[in-house]
Design a protein around this ligand. Structure first.
Ligand SMILES: Cc1cc2nc3c(=O)[nH]c(=O)nc-3n(C[C@H](O)[C@H](O)[C@H](O)COP(=O)(O)OP(=O)(O)OC[C@H]3O[C@@H](n4cnc5c(N)ncnc54)[C@H](O)[C@@H]3O)c2cc1C
Length: 382
């Protein structure tokens, strides 16, 4: 829709084809129904791509402030929740309304419930659908990723890319959290619903936010962020006490003459359920000696486990829950300025279908807007 608005404003005849009956399905469910529509701090460093600088051009030409200006013009109230993340005060629907209204104003036409059977090209692009054949000088592919199939996600964009000779970067569900193996399930039985403020590390990246234990693994913002950077077989490391050195804490308390049980002391700095479980695992015989009887040698491995608990997930949760698809159309085949194919003139790929995947926090929409805007300035130019 963003691309349609820009192209139609430039006087191009634009048809928006979508096989669902309502546009903007993912916008509606995003941000818990309030749509985290951008992040004021978006730069290429918050994106994962085989070509890390690719997003720079589009992101610098259509900035978060440019989208905020559209939001303000449309009278949508919003607020910053945290870390530069902007959300609607009321409903994500207002963002869909904004885009649909601007499309109508610019005279871009919608064709919904439009099932696409085949895409071809002779002199013109030809898109064969249940509503007839659409012939055009240009074709913009904005079919998104594979996540949440029930909202209409398909792999059509990737198929079109391959059909025209583009390479794909391996795709994987991302921003979806982790699945535990049997060892971790046994380690944390009945922990679903327990949350903790942690520092999570994976593949050289660190995130300080909450995790949430689920019946099958880890969710919550920190686990979602980490899942974007995780590749099969890699270790995830969790620090349950990111602000306080646990061994130092025990030593200080011992110096002060504390006689408390170790699990109670630990529960002062990490959630009680976790404190109890770590102590239970570490002192399996159950009789937890009071602090003065515990030497540094005994305390140190426990402190280390709390601050650097490591596990290897069996996988991430999958496309049914993933917020995004990592990977996609290889950016080497696209112009970073216009998103036009380097192989087929006037063929464009924008948004999530491209191998540019943002962190959690409004970055994916900002990429969708910016790449769409960039293509919208160029599409149809001979
Ligand atoms: C639960 C959830 C919450 C999210 N929250 C946020 C958030 O708060 N902030 C953020 O930045 N990002 C968020 N995201 C990610 C964000 O929604 C996407 O990155 C963004 O929507 C991508 O935009 P797009 O236009 O590339 O693709 P999409 O928004 O996925 O749009 C693709 C369109 O193509 C259509 N389509 C697909 N296949 C076909 C086909 N075969 N024929 C015809 N039409 C087809 C689809 O129906 C859809 O309308 C969230 C995602 C999910 C799943």
């Amino acid at each position: 829709m963003m691309c349609a608005i820009q192209a139609a404003k430039r006087g191009k005849t634009v048809a928006v084809l979508d096989h669902t009956s309502k546009v903007g399905g993912k916008i509606l469910i995003s941000g818990g129904g309030r749509c985290n529509f951008t992040n004021v701090g978006a730069t290429p460093s918050q994106y994962v791509s085989s070509n890390p600088q690719f997003a720079q051009s589009a992101l610098s030409r259509f900035t978060p402030q440019d989208f905020v200006a559209m939001v303000q013009e449309h009278g949508i109230a919003f607020h910053e929740k945290k870390l530069g993340q902007l959300f609607c005060d009321e409903s994500a629907r207002s963002i869909v309304d904004l885009l649909v209204t601007r499309c109508h104003e610019a005279k871009a036409q919608f064709f919904l419930d439009c099932k696409i059977n085949k895409v071809g090209k002779s002199e013109l692009f030809e898109v064969e659908t249940n509503q007839g054949i659409f012939s055009s000088h240009s074709l913009v592919v904005a079919t998104g990723g594979l996540s949440i199939p029930k909202l209409g996600a398909t792999g059509l964009g990737y198929e079109i890319a391959e059909q025209f000779g583009h390479k794909l970067i391996t795709r994987a569900p991302a921003l979806d959290g982790f699945v535990f193996g049997s060892q971790e399930i046994e380690k944390f039985p009945g922990f679903a619903g327990v949350s903790a403020d942690v520092l999570i590390k994976v593949n050289g990246k660190k995130f300080r936010e909450n995790i949430l234990f689920t019946h099958t693994g880890l969710s919550g913002p920190a686990a979602l962020q980490a899942s974007l950077h995780w590749y099969s077989g890699e270790v995830v490391e969790v620090n349950f006490s990111p602000d306080r050195d646990v061994l130092m804490w025990f030593k200080e308390k011992r110096k002060e003459g504390a006689r408390s049980e170790i699990k109670n002391l630990l529960a002062e700095i990490i959630p009680r359920r976790l404190a109890e479980r770590f102590c239970e695992l570490y002192f399996p015989q159950g009789n937890l000696p009071p602090l003065p009887q515990l030497s540094d040698k005994i305390l140190s491995p426990l402190a280390n486990e709390v601050q650097s608990w490591k596990f290897v997930p069996t996988g991430t949760v999958g496309y049914s829950k993933a917020e995004v698809t990592r990977g996609g159309v290889d950016t080497n085949g696209l112009s970073s300025k216009t998103l036009e194919s380097k192989l087929v003139p006037q063929l464009y790929f924008i948004g999530e279908v491209v191998d540019v995947t943002g962190w959690l926090g409004g970055y994916n929409f900002q990429w969708a807007w910016a790449s769409a805007w960039a293509a919208g300035q160029a599409v149809g130019t001979k």
